[in-house]
Design a protein. Structure first.
Length: 400
């Protein structure tokens, strides 16, 4: 039964995007994707296209991170300049960028194939399949967004058995998109004490290189709009809340500070309560490959949520946290938490469907709750590692 479900799931995982892409290329791009609820747009693979368009702007003597007239939608390039260098070296232009986009899609599908193949129960494989083809990952594929490549690099950093390859994959992801540096730091903390020097030094080097690009980072921040729809994160949540307080500029500013203070108070209170009163999950689940996936990808989600506004396609970084949670479903004392987490991921990954029916606030509450859940688990994990390293007390492994 398990083998049959895995084979069927893997076949479906690859066939659905393939059929959509064939239909989109052979007929009309937008209707083909919108059939699945994806808000498609032109040009094809619109996000990835901004990079070769940025190269055309660069040839005109202009800075594409400031203004990008070669882009039909007038969007500046909001990625580190290394993308321009790489695309120029590889000869990627507006005519062949589709090949790179499809390669990125294949990278993502390969990662999810690994998770499905590793599933220990038929229900787990089916859940992972449904999550893999939710609206958020399909949106990432339709846009050809380079988060798909970052996803692959972080995933490689988790499954690699060579400790140097782990660090290099996470470092590459961080230089290409910044926010994976959180996963890089978590990976370094998870290592045994004697193995932390290299990853911490590499993380420090990455941070120095990012700091050196502070002007570009500021341009990227300015070129990335904050939206309350089709996006998540603290800034998006704030936009959603503030729309209910439009009376005056003074009220708006006051509420901005109140929302910010409430958010950080909730985050700090969560860490404090989890540290003092949180249940002991034991270290064994966190030492597993599933636990590592949750730690790295969950840490990236928490970091990205806390620092800004992220378009919904970045919710793909929640998907590798699912195998760890699916394992907790079978532990009686954690089943309620695990089922709630799975339900919230289902809402978040299909946020666009809810938003079309006026459910924007529901989606923001779901992504905020996932932020809190992930923060709790990461705090418990860190607490366990501290206890183990300094021999504060024994870890208890929950029985399943």
């Amino acid at each position: 039964m398990l083998r049959t479900v895995k084979i069927a799931s893997l076949a479906t995982l690859w066939l659905v995007p393939l059929l959509v892409l064939v239909s989109a290329f052979s007929s009309d791009w937008i209707p083909a994707w919108r059939t699945l609820g994806v808000p498609a747009m032109l040009p094809r693979f619109a996000d990835l296209s901004t990079i070769p368009e940025g190269l055309e702007t660069l040839r005109q003597g202009k800075d594409p991170l400031v203004t990008n007239p070669a882009d039909a939608l007038g969007r500046p390039v909001n990625y580190p300049r290394i993308w321009l260098t790489l695309f120029s070296a590889l000869g990627i232009n507006v005519r062949n960028v589709w090949a790179m986009a499809i390669l990125f899609c294949a990278f993502y599908l390969a990662c999810m194939s690994v998770l499905i193949a590793q599933a220990k129960h038929a229900a787990d494989a089916a859940i992972l399949l449904v999550a893999s083809l939710s609206i958020s990952p399909l949106l990432a594929m339709e846009r050809g967004n380079n988060d798909l490549l970052i996803f692959f690099l972080v995933f490689l950093g988790c499954i690699a058995t060579n400790k140097y390859l782990k660090s290099l994959a996470l470092a590459a992801a961080s230089l290409l998109k910044i926010f994976p540096v959180a996963g890089m730091m978590i990976d370094a903390v998870r290592r045994p004490a004697k193995q932390r020097i290299v990853p911490f030094l590499l993380a420090a080097l990455v941070l120095v290189l990012l700091a050196w690009q502070w002007r570009d980072l500021n341009l990227i921040r300015q070129g990335t709009p904050v939206s309350r729809i089709r996006s998540y994160g603290f800034l998006s949540l704030r936009e959603e809340i503030l729309r209910f307080f439009p009376d005056s500029l003074v009220t708006f500013i006051q509420m901005s500070w109140i929302v910010a203070g409430g958010f950080w108070l909730a985050a700090l209170s969560t860490v404090d309560l989890a540290w003092k009163r949180g249940p002991d999950l034991g270290l064994a689940p966190f030492r597993s490959p599933q636990g590592e996936m949750f730690s790295v990808f969950g840490g990236i989600y928490v970091f990205a949520y806390a620092i800004g506004s992220n378009w919904d396609y970045r919710l793909i970084f929640l998907l590798p946290t699912l195998p760890f949670v699916l394992g907790l479903v079978r532990v009686a004392r954690f089943r309620g938490w695990a089922v709630a987490y799975l339900a919230l991921v289902g809402i978040a990954e299909n946020a666009l469907g809810f938003e079309h029916h006026g459910g924007t606030l529901l989606v923001h509450l779901a992504t905020f709750a996932l932020f809190i859940f992930a923060l709790i688990v990461l705090t418990l994990q860190f607490k366990g590692f501290i206890a183990e390293e300094f021999a504060v007390g024994p870890s208890v492994v929950p029985s399943s």
